[in-house]
Design a protein around this ligand. Structure first.
Ligand SMILES: [Zn+2]
Length: 346
């Protein structure tokens, strides 16, 4: 007979279990029957699980669902209680969040939940097929390629790999097409697509809850954290480190170049960055050269001894970078107007 001597101790034990798993082990309200059915499937190597992520305004969430036989009811009439499911909100900086990070968070929560279930029911061997509609996330987890800190959401990729490696069961990936209910009735979809629709709805509902993002201590399977200006680097580390080293220096240089010293605060660097990034590589290089005043205009050609005459062939004034826009020659002005008009249309 087990005698509970102290509720406090029990609670503390529960707390410690959740402490090292935190957001990666969401609370799952499930009947014993559903839980048992999933455990049996795991043992019989017939278990099927699927997850989906959701992303909006710099936040991402996810839900995992255990796939169940096809239902012929409508989505509205589907009883969510008949599905074993869990939802979670993924921590991270606004910039790191994406639908991809959401997908990874869903896989992680699904795997961690299943592993805990295996522990609870002493499952020592088994198999689970894991479905996801994001091929990028599936290949980051299941392909042979070794994760690289340059990858986006490297932190989550490492954690998922850790929990899969330490899982008593075998995990097999499966790509499931997303949003199949856009052009087919829910009742007509196969079991995987139905589970995908359910997971999508649950992930969106989780996102709407707007839970606070908690960056707690290191969770089980989490790699050491690299911080930059107070922000934890979740992935794409080379880019972020380069940015941290060069950004201020680069701003200072451009401020000087554009004559913005003293009014720097009025300059919107985010818009500048977005404009540059929306262009192709060669256009970005052209911008940088043009803004640095090192483009192939006559003044520079003479300076580099590639030419002898620095004057504009159209008006006779010196052809500097700014002169390209200021030339008073009527033909040049027409070309300028014509192109400005065309660029507005684009
Ligand atoms: Zn001119």
């Amino acid at each position: 007979m087990i005698i509970i001597t102290s509720i406090g101790d029990y609670e503390r034990e529960q707390e410690t279990i959740h402490d090292h798993l935190g957001w990666i082990l969401p609370e799952v309200n499930v009947t014993g029957e559903l839980e048992q059915a999933f455990v049996t499937d795991l043992r019989n190597q017939t278990a099927e699980m699927l997850s989906d992520g959701s992303y909006a305004k710099g936040r991402s969430s996810a839900a995992f669902v255990v796939v169940r036989p096809t239902t012929t009811t409508t989505l509205l009439n589907t009883d969510l209680k008949s599905y074993l499911h869990g939802e979670t909100t993924i921590p991270g900086n606004k910039k790191d969040h994406s639908s991809y990070r959401g997908e990874l968070g869903g896989i992680l929560a699904g795997v961690v939940y299943t592993n805990e279930l295996c522990k609870k029911h002493q499952v020592r061997t088994g198999k689970c097929i894991f479905g996801c509609d994001n091929t990028g996330a599936l290949s980051a987890i299941f392909r042979w390629k070794r994760p690289n800190p340059r990858w986006a959401s490297y932190d989550l990729v490492c954690m998922i790999r850790f929990h899969i490696k330490n899982s008593p069961i075998v995990w097999v990936k499966k790509h499931v097409k997303g949003h199949q209910d856009d052009h087919k009735k829910f009742a007509e979809l196969d079991s995987w697509s139905q589970a995908n629709v359910i997971a999508d709805k649950l992930a969106k509902a989780e996102l709407r809850k707007g839970r606070p993002l908690i960056q707690g201590p290191l969770l089980e399977g989490e790699t050491w954290k690299l911080q930059c200006k107070g922000n934890i680097i979740a992935g794409g580390s080379e880019k972020q480190i380069r940015q941290a080293i060069h950004e201020t220096r680069m701003h200072d240089r451009w401020n000087k170049q554009f004559g913005l010293e003293g009014v720097e605060d009025e300059f919107d660097w985010d818009t500048f960055k977005r404009t540059c990034r929306s262009k192709s590589d060669w256009q970005q290089i052209w911008f940088a050269k043009h803004n640095s005043r090192i483009g192939g205009i006559r003044q520079n050609l003479v300076r580099r001894k590639h030419g002898e005459d620095p004057t504009c062939p159209c008006c006779g004034e010196e052809e500097t970078t700014d002169h390209i826009y200021q030339c008073t020659n009527i033909e040049m002005q027409d070309t300028y107007d014509e192109n400005m008009e065309r660029s507005q249309v684009i």
